[in-house]
Write a new protein. Structure first.
Length: 412
């Protein structure tokens, strides 16, 4: 897709049905559901028993979102876009920050095949087709990896390739990423625990690539770059950063190797506080005032295949977090917390969703279980919104953690 087409493609397409649900966001009486890499559905949820689809926004390459007032902030491949949703049935693009996110390739990639070089000057990659080609290699790495990209393409190799042993060849300049299928509460909306966009006091925090968080000011109807930071450089460690969660004046960052904490009382100038390291895995995080709850998941994209658990990290002293307790899981994904009711909702993949009482985090007590695939959850006003293979399911819940299904937004 050319850059010209990309930057003229955001529009309402209100007849589209939900196909591949990704991240979710709840604001007031509205539910926003990402249709992975294609756009965002908007539902009027004033009556949770009968949510009404009122609009779909076509956004190529979209995975993440945040909302502030009547403005929706989204990623569209390499750009950050502000969309006026005053009329959700007839949206308009308000402004756009160009080239602020890493160049990404979509998840439709088939890792059984190598991926040819990408000419970034032509635009963004929106899809693939499998063809047989003949390419000339320049050294003894033929058949397993491309020649040194620094020499061949000025350090800007655009493809990704499998080696003979089935592992992925790293990008030469670490500037490309495959998009992640990855809640925190801001002043404006509740987002899932897989969030990579987060609003903090009028600033937008975004995970722009595997190692960098960028901060943008949203004043004067613009998206203005303010600063960026590399969490694991500050934390003297290494890992791929994945998720963002706001706890009062602290930003908690989930990564493949641990959780990092920043003081964001001055949102324009985040300050590193501490980190808690764990074994390599995928790692969303939520928290209350004393504990952070971190799911560790195995899998090909997560770095290892032998760890599936919930870590409970004591953060009563943010300068020195430590592991309090671990709970075995099957394949945990997103999670959400109702701090007032001391309830934790943990999505455990194909094993469903568990509800725990966390008044005593060292001895979690399971209260209820939802069957069926569960990927991410949001709690808001005594309703838990769960994304799974059947779509978005809403449940009311009691202080005892008992679930009552209210409605389902089904897939097409």
């Amino acid at each position: 897709m050319s850059y010209e087409d990309l930057r003229s493609s955001i529009q309402s397409d209100n007849n589209r049905s939900l196909v591949k649900p990704g991240k979710i966001l709840v604001k007031d009486n509205f539910v926003f559901i990402n249709d992975f890499e294609t756009g965002i559905h908007i539902y009027n949820n004033a009556n949770p028993a009968s949510p009404q689809h009122i609009g779909f926004i076509n956004i190529p390459g979209n995975v993440d979102m945040a909302v502030r007032g009547n403005t929706l902030y989204v990623d569209s491949y390499i750009d950050i876009v502000a969309i006026d949703i005053s009329d959700p049935t007839n949206i308009r693009e308000a402004t756009r920050a160009l080239n602020e996110l890493s160049y990404t390739i979509p998840t439709t990639i088939d890792y059984n095949y190598p991926v040819s070089e990408v000419d970034r000057n032509q635009g963004v990659v929106s899809d693939y087709k499998v063809v047989e080609v003949k390419e000339t290699c320049e050294n003894n790495e033929c058949g397993s990896a491309y020649y040194d990209a620094v020499a061949v393409n000025g350090g800007n190799w655009g493809g990704r390739m499998m080696t003979d042993d089935g592992t992925v060849v790293n990008f030469a300049d670490n500037s490309n990423t495959v998009r992640s299928l990855s809640g925190s509460l801001s002043a404006d909306a509740a987002a899932g625990s897989m969030a990579r966009f987060l609003l903090v006091k009028g600033y937008l925090y975004t995970i722009s690539d595997e190692s960098t968080v960028k901060v943008f000011s949203l004043s004067d109807n613009s998206i203005s770059f303010v600063t960026s930071f590399n969490p694991w450089s500050d934390g003297w460690g290494a890992g791929t950063i994945e998720t963002l969660f706001l706890l009062n004046n602290h930003l908690l960052i989930g990564s493949t190797s641990g959780m990092l904490a920043y003081n964001v009382s001055d949102a324009s100038n985040p300050e590193y506080v501490s980190n808690y390291e764990h074994m390599t895995s995928c790692d969303p995080v939520v928290a209350n005032s004393d504990y952070a709850f971190v799911t560790l998941r195995s899998g090909v994209d997560c770095g290892r295949n032998d760890i599936n658990q919930l870590d409970i990290v004591n953060i009563s002293e943010m300068m020195s977090p430590y592991l309090e307790h671990s709970v075995p899981m099957t394949n945990p994904h997103g999670l959400s917390i109702d701090a007032e009711k001391n309830l934790l909702f943990v999505c455990d993949g194909e094993s469903g969703m568990n509800v725990y009482n966390v008044s005593n985090p060292t001895s979690l007590r399971a209260l209820a279980r939802r069957t069926g695939d569960s990927y991410d959850a949001i709690t808001s006003n005594d309703i838990v919104y769960v994304i799974g293979d059947e779509g978005l399911v809403q449940y009311s819940y009691t202080e005892e953690g008992q679930l009552t299904q209210i409605s389902t937004i089904s897939l097409d």
